[in-house]
Design a protein around this ligand. Structure first.
Ligand code: FES
Ligand code: FES
Length: 156
């Protein structure tokens, strides 16, 4: 049995018939073909699958696709603007070497955007608290914190 869902992803409308048990991350990657969001743990621990749903960063392995019916979703593919200009958090990660293998980066970018959307001038502690649900096995986090600080400095 399937259910029909309609969502907007990165500004484009999509309608699909999906099984009710399909996780949002699998819908995005396997049905829509947006593979920028990664699957690390599938148990809500790592944050690699983080996307925005109606303006809130969520771990898309914790939500069924049918629960997103009617929602507006932003994935890492939608962060740059239409001309290809990178979002300020992408610039920050680029300039401050906020990644090594890059596996965690899509989720880190989405949660960094949310940190700055909620608080344009976060302290280092607030940045670290905001990143708390996202794991990185490579960087030791210092450069990620610097990347968010650089993005905050860059403003909107
Ligand atoms: S894959 Fe979703 S939190 Fe790890
Ligand atoms: S850069 Fe490799 S896991 Fe974060």
């Amino acid at each position: 049995m399937t259910q029909t869902i309609s969502v907007t992803i990165n500004g484009k409308p999509y309608t699909h018939d999906v099984e009710p048990r399909l996780l949002l991350i699998h819908y995005l990657r396997e049905v829509v073909g947006l593979t920028g969001s990664h699957i690390g743990c599938e148990t809500s621990l790592c944050g690699a699958c983080t996307v925005e749903v109606d303006g809130r960063a969520i771990k898309s392995c914790t939500m069924f696709a049918v629960q997103a019916n009617g929602a507006s979703i932003l994935t890492v593919e939608g962060l740059a603007d239409a001309s290809g200009k990178m979002h300020r958090v992408q610039e920050g990660f680029w300039n401050e070497h906020g990644l090594q293998c890059g596996f965690c980066t899509p989720g880190m970018l989405m949660v960094s955007k949310q940190i700055l959307d909620r608080n344009p001038s976060p302290t280092e502690t607030e940045i670290r608290e905001g990143l708390d649900g996202n794991l990185c096995r490579c960087t030791g986090y210092q450069h990620i914190v610097k990347a968010v600080q650089a993005a905050a400095k860059a403003g909107v």
